[in-house]
Design a protein around this ligand. Structure first.
Ligand code: PGA
Length: 248
């Protein structure tokens, strides 16, 4: 069984004042809960949040990393730097990066490899556009993305897959239970074919896209859904904690 992961993606939101939300999340976590709780703040807050979260149940992650460990890449941050700042996860291949920065599956695979090498767990995002869903191509698109993005490294049990239908991100729209179940099962089958059953079963497959307190319990009860990647609803501690509680 994969562990449950409730991950917040703050995107390009959060000044130093937002640390009070992280503090409130830490204070609201229940030590006995099974689910792992993670916030991926902007790079500027990773180090301070990791310090705040030390010895608490909260994990901290980055939202992207460069594929190289260091070098002449102005403005970029490496996986090793994130690990050094106290991160334990990093999101790679988010659809906003694929769109804003033209990131390809090959780029995402290189970033995932770099993350694993640095000791981080990459959260590898896949998901179809509305046009692809309407054309009945969802499972084919996801299969292609997985084939291109999954790390080849031996330590392959150390990653997370996030299924994020692009049309559900920030829109308030969510797929039906059946649509989520179908896609997550297909992802599990792909992982099994590539890495074997033990690794596939231990790899969390989380859902992302307009997850909020009102729909969290239902989405988290879908078979093969091992948690959530939450954008908007992770910015306010009470909402994020309500989703975390729904996982427990
Ligand atoms: P959302 O974003 O929860 O605001 O839809 C999810 C994500 O992009 O990770």
């Amino acid at each position: 069984m994969a562990r449950t992961l409730i991950a917040g993606n703050w995107k390009m939101n959060g000044l130093k004042s937002a640390m009070r939300e992280a503090r409130a999340v830490i204070d609201g976590l229940s030590p006995s809960a099974d689910a792992e709780c993670l916030i991926c703040p902007p790079f500027t807050l990773v180090s301070a949040m990791a310090e705040l979260a030390a010895e608490s149940g909260l994990r901290v992650g980055g939202q992207d990393c460069h594929a190289q460990a260091s070098g002449a890449h102005t403005g970029d941050v490496s996986a090793q730097m994130l690990a050094d700042a106290g991160a334990s996860y990093v999101i790679v291949g988010h659809s906003e990066r694929r769109e804003d920065h033209r990131e390809t599956d090959t780029d995402v695979a290189a970033k995932a490899d770099a993350a694993i090498t640095a000791g981080l767990s990459p959260i590898i995002c896949v998901g179809e556009s509305l046009a692809e869903r309407e054309a009945g191509r969802t499972l084919a698109v996801i299969a292609d993305q997985l084939a291109g993005c999954l790390p080849n490294g031996a330590a392959c049990a150390a990653f997370v897959v996030a299924y994020e239908p692009i049309w559900a991100i920030g829109t308030g729209l969510t797929p039906t239970r059946d649509q989520i179940a179908e896609t997550h099962q297909a992802i599990r089958e792909r992982l099994t074919a590539r890495f074997g059953e033990a690794t596939a079963d231990a790899t969390p497959i989380v859902y992302g896209g307009s997850m909020k307190p009102a729909n969290a319990k239902e989405i988290l009860s879908v078979p093969n859904v091992d948690g959530g990647l939450i954008g908007g609803a992770s910015l306010k501690a009470p909402d994020f904690l309500a989703i975390y509680a729904a996982a427990g």
